[in-house]
Write a protein that binds this ligand. Structure first.
Ligand code: B12
Length: 222
């Protein structure tokens, strides 16, 4: 693998945000996710490869170590920060020059859930596909989703959940959106979900990654 991508993966895994950040002490003075992402882009590595080969696997390793009690929430948070520092540089590459005429995509992480990296990636890619994004952030309840649909008639909605406990909140949000706005198409995603769960809660589409969402949305483009 490209040595820069290897270093970038390590920076995210160990939570090294940038060269000046003092955490983790053993990486003092080394480049962090910020510098390494820029270097990777400067040497011509494709943004999709940076995501697929360095950033996403690093977050998986973080999740694995957390499951095994080898790291705790503060370390996970530093990794998320490092991932955020990398994503800042990738964002421009996923923004198309297209006029955002395809429609509006409302997205949020469901109530009780604070994970936003995956949600942000989906928002970034869908925006790159030419859609206007209304990002409601994290911990979003049914009223907020419904209010956003009131304000953006005809919009499609994406819900993200990363916790098995918040998957149940997703079910209630889908039900309440469908009650108030029956025609609304709802896309769901997040690591613990699958298509069977999607069918059970009455959502319209599940994808394990942003690409699936972008493809699905094409048929609804204005
Ligand atoms: C980073 C992280 C955190 C950070 C989040 C920071 C942030 N800004 O997001 C912090 C430290 C805050 C955190 C907190 C917690 N976390 Co956490 N976290 C993670 C970790 C390591 C990475 C998540 C991530 O960003 N992955 C990378 C992104 C790119 O992947 P993704 O989110 O899955 O998204 C992709 C797809 O799922 C899809 N997708 C996502 N959303 C959507 C939506 C749509 C519409 C579509 C189409 C697709 C789609 O596309 C994305 C790109 O490919 C995971 C482990 C893991 N491997 O998932 C644990 C993990 C999710 N966390 C876990 C836990 C337990 C917690 C805490 C409860 C810990 C605690 N004791 O406090 C808290 C809960 C806080 C809360 N209320 O939400 C568990 C969940 C277990 C479970 N089954 O429920 C995990 C799996 C770790 C583990 N192995 O135990 N966490």
């Amino acid at each position: 693998m490209d040595p820069i991508l290897m270093k970038l993966g390590e920076a995210v895994e160990y939570g090294k945000v940038d060269r000046n950040s003092p955490y983790p002490p053993q990486m003092k003075g080394q480049d962090g996710a910020d510098e390494l992402t820029r270097q990777a882009l400067d040497t011509g590595v494709k943004p999709t490869l940076i995501l697929a080969d360095a950033l996403v696997p690093a977050m998986d390793r973080v999740g694995q170590k957390f499951s095994e009690n080898k790291i705790f929430v503060p370390q996970m948070l530093m990794s998320a920060k490092a991932m955020g520092a990398a994503m800042v540089h990738l964002k421009p590459f996923f923004q198309s020059g297209d006029v955002k005429a395809k429609g509006t995509f409302i997205i949020g992480t469901v109530k009780g859930d604070l994970h936003d990296i995956g949600k942000n990636l989906v928002a970034m890619m869908v925006e790159g596909g030419g859609w206007s994004i209304v990002d409601l952030g994290v911990d979003v309840n049914e009223e907020t989703f419904n209010h956003a649909i009131d304000e953006n008639p005809g919009a499609l909605v994406g819900l993200s959940a990363l916790l098995t406990t918040t998957m149940t909140n997703m079910e209630e949000i889908v039900r309440r959106i469908k009650e108030k706005h029956p025609g609304t198409r709802i896309l769901v995603g997040g690591a613990p979900l699958n298509d069977e769960f999607r069918a059970k809660i009455g959502a319209d589409f599940y994808s394990p990654d942003p690409r699936g969402a972008v493809e699905y949305l094409k048929q609804f483009a204005a």
